[in-house]
Design a protein around this ligand. Structure first.
Ligand SMILES: Cc1ncc(COP(=O)(O)O)c(C=O)c1O
Length: 348
């Protein structure tokens, strides 16, 4: 239970720290040089990730950003086009790496909820015309971070998969939070993974690891992915100490994501009760909660006031605040947030 001095850090699910059990598996991990494919713990993690996803192979990479870059690079050559929603992390928050490093053309489309419809994608696919780039790839994020952790349903994915197959588009899923999507929707990760050419997921978000992501797909693609990872500077040596955390998290930290989702729901109720008409609390579908505000000044002053009360969150835009629930929040964090927001800020 939080005391009144406990900092409630809702900035991201990346702020978690490895607990004692995770540190212990790190200390005991068997390691080797992974660039030489000699790290047994990394191998076990890759095999386990492939197994959970029901795919042939997986590759351990340092970050979600690199996992997505590899996904882009596997499916697009220089000048090829990747289609995605405007808020997709690959376009919005990865420093334009796909364009800068791989020469990929981004075609971004707007939607209400962060999820494109097949009709939108169909309309965006270019005819083969000598003047135009070739549409090669569709990127789908699940859950959609910047849309408030929205879950792409199996039916939506199935429809996008059918279209991609029909129009010869490759499909990459940025599943940084695919385990949140799976727990929230009850759809096993393997069902989503069957519908895409490549899937990436992060260990370092809701799963609570210090570092790491995986790219999953068929054997041939993962062999090429290994080369791309090296080219991007992501070849790691005794990475088994990190992979051990991943193995631990895949065993112990998936089911408990339901607690984070429940906490986000309770937090939404507390915020709805505590905030006035200038705020609109978006109903969370997983572990991300958005609060829309009337103007930039409201966002800034609200975040500053919350900070005074030991509640940390991030601005997602001038008029949107994001709160993320995760395994390092104390039990009762939502109720404590409500209690603190009902009281005046402490004076310095
Ligand atoms: C949806 C999504 N994809 C990819 C990433 C990138 O992960 P990383 O910070 O490990 O590069 C993030 C990080 O927040 C994310 O939210």
């Amino acid at each position: 239970m939080p005391t009144e001095n406990t900092i409630l850090d809702f900035r991201s699910d990346t702020v978690t720290q490895p607990g004692a059990a995770m540190r212990q598996v790190m200390a005991q991990a068997e390691v080797g040089d992974d660039v030489m494919e000699e790290d047994p713990t990394v191998r076990r993690l890759e095999e386990r990730a492939a197994e959970i996803c029901g795919r042939q192979a997986a590759l351990f990479v340092p970050s979600g950003t690199m996992a997505n870059l590899i996904g882009l690079g596997l499916h697009c050559g220089r000048g090829d086009e990747a289609i995605m929603e405007r808020r997709t992390h690959s376009f919005a928050h990865e420093v334009g790496g796909g364009a800068a490093l791989l020469g990929i053309v981004f075609s971004v489309l707007d939607s209400q909820d962060g999820i494109l419809t097949p009709a939108q994608v169909r309309a965006a696919i270019r005819a083969h015309d000598i003047h135009e780039p070739i549409s090669k790839l569709l990127v789908v994020e699940n859950t959609v971070n910047l849309a408030g952790g929205r879950v792409v349903s199996l039916a939506q994915m199935q429809a996008l998969h059918e279209l991609a197959k029909e129009r010869n588009l490759r499909l990459h899923m940025d599943g940084a939070r695919i385990f949140n999507a799976a727990v929230a929707s009850g759809v096993p990760v393997a069902r989503y993974a069957q519908l895409v050419d490549t899937l990436s997921f992060c260990l370092s978000k809701g799963l609570g690891c210090p570092v790491g992501s995986l790219v999953v797909g068929d054997q041939k693609a993962m062999k090429r992915a290994r080369g791309l990872r090296k080219m991007l500077g992501g070849g790691m040596r005794q990475a088994g100490v990190l992979a051990a955390c991943g193995l631990y998290a895949l065993e112990h930290h998936i089911e408990r994501l339901a607690d984070d989702h429940q906490c986000a729901k309770e937090l939404a109720q507390q915020l709805q009760a505590a905030l006035d008409h200038r705020f609109q609390v978006q109903e969370p579908e997983s572990n991300i909660l958005l609060v829309h505000t009337d103007k930039q000044a409201t966002t800034e002053t609200t975040l500053a006031e919350w900070k005074q009360k030991g509640i940390l969150a991030l601005p997602l835009s001038d008029t949107t605040i994001r709160l993320v629930t995760h395994l390092d929040l104390p039990t009762g964090a939502a109720a404590e947030t409500g209690r603190r927001l009902g009281k005046p800020a402490k004076r310095d």
